[in-house]
Design a protein around this ligand. Structure first.
Ligand SMILES: [Zn+2]
Length: 169
């Protein structure tokens, strides 16, 4: 059976490294226990790029590599195999990481006041920074006004809730 798309393993590979990883991932699913060279010839990619993708996927525990002796040439080669059961836990781990970052950001937004001068190219300042500058923008000298971050906080809360629901499935 030739697997073309929609596979989570292929999708994850694509997210990590783009089209080249997708080719390598598909080749791995189509040819279990393939070597670097077999994957290179199946995908038409340079062996160097195939190895880069394989070592990266291996480093993330998404594939396994078994060292075997090449019977014809006598030297050792690696035979690679997709660890499809690891794909879901990889995705879950990524979600947890994002969730952690979003929670930190929300906490930051909730515990700080922000000020801005309404000049698009100028930075948003914290209350402390605004106070140090006597509520006048240090870049354009316009007055610094309180920024309403309610919408941002709502958006963060919504995204956090969504991720928590996905993680509890
Ligand atoms: Zn300004």
């Amino acid at each position: 059976m030739k697997i073309e798309y929609e596979d989570t393993f292929v999708k994850v590979a694509g997210l990590l490294g783009g089209p080249e990883y997708v080719k390598v991932a598909r080749a791995l699913l189509n040819n279990e226990n393939a070597t670097d060279e077999e994957i290179a010839s199946a995908t038409g990619l340079k062996i160097k790029n195939v190895r880069k993708a394989l070592y990266d996927l291996y480093g993330r525990s998404l594939i396994t590599g078994i060292k075997v002796r090449d019977p014809k040439r006598g030297w050792f080669v690696y035979r690679w195999k997709a660890q499809r059961d690891q794909t879901d836990s990889f995705i879950q781990a990524q979600r947890k990481k994002i969730l952690g970052k979003l929670k930190l950001r929300l906490e930051y937004e909730e515990t700080h006041e922000f000020y801005h001068c309404n000049t698009q190219t100028c930075k948003t300042r914290t209350f402390e920074e605004a106070m140090e500058n006597f509520f006048k923008c240090p870049d354009c000298s316009k007055p610094l006004n309180r920024v309403d971050n309610t919408e941002l906080k709502e958006a963060l809360k919504w995204k956090i809730k969504q991720l928590e629901e996905e993680l509890s499935k």
